[in-house]
Write a protein that binds this ligand. Structure first.
Ligand SMILES: [Zn+2]
Length: 109
């Protein structure tokens, strides 16, 4: 069942866009934009929001950790998961709609 393992692999990873991330000016670590202060060093001054810089930092983190997980971006103990949970729900909903949609026989013509 290669499909099943694929789905499970995706579940443990997170899909964050560059616009949801920022970089700590002090220690250079990736943070979620929703983090009030850097979860690594506690910095709460200026953060880098340049999409190119953030993208490069994401690539670096993926290279370092193999993949990017939520725990690399924020402190899970303080993380408020309301908006992403809502988004995950929506994603699940759309996935179901797509499966339902693909079962229509007239689409295969
Ligand atoms: Zn920091």
């Amino acid at each position: 069942m290669p499909r099943e393992t694929e789905r499970q692999g995706q579940k443990s990873e997170i899909a964050v866009s560059v616009s949801e991330l920022k970089i700590c000016d002090l220690c250079g670590w990736l943070n979620l934009v929703s983090n009030k202060e850097c979860f690594v060093c506690g910095w709460h001054g200026h953060f880098e929001h340049d999409p190119d810089v953030v993208r490069a930092a994401v690539e670096l983190a993926v290279r370092r950790h193999g993949r990017l997980e939520l725990q690399h971006l924020t402190d899970l103990r303080t993380y408020r998961s309301t908006p992403p949970t809502m988004r995950m729900r929506l994603l699940g909903f759309w996935r179901r709609v797509r499966v339902w949609w693909s079962t229509f026989p007239w689409r295969r013509r």
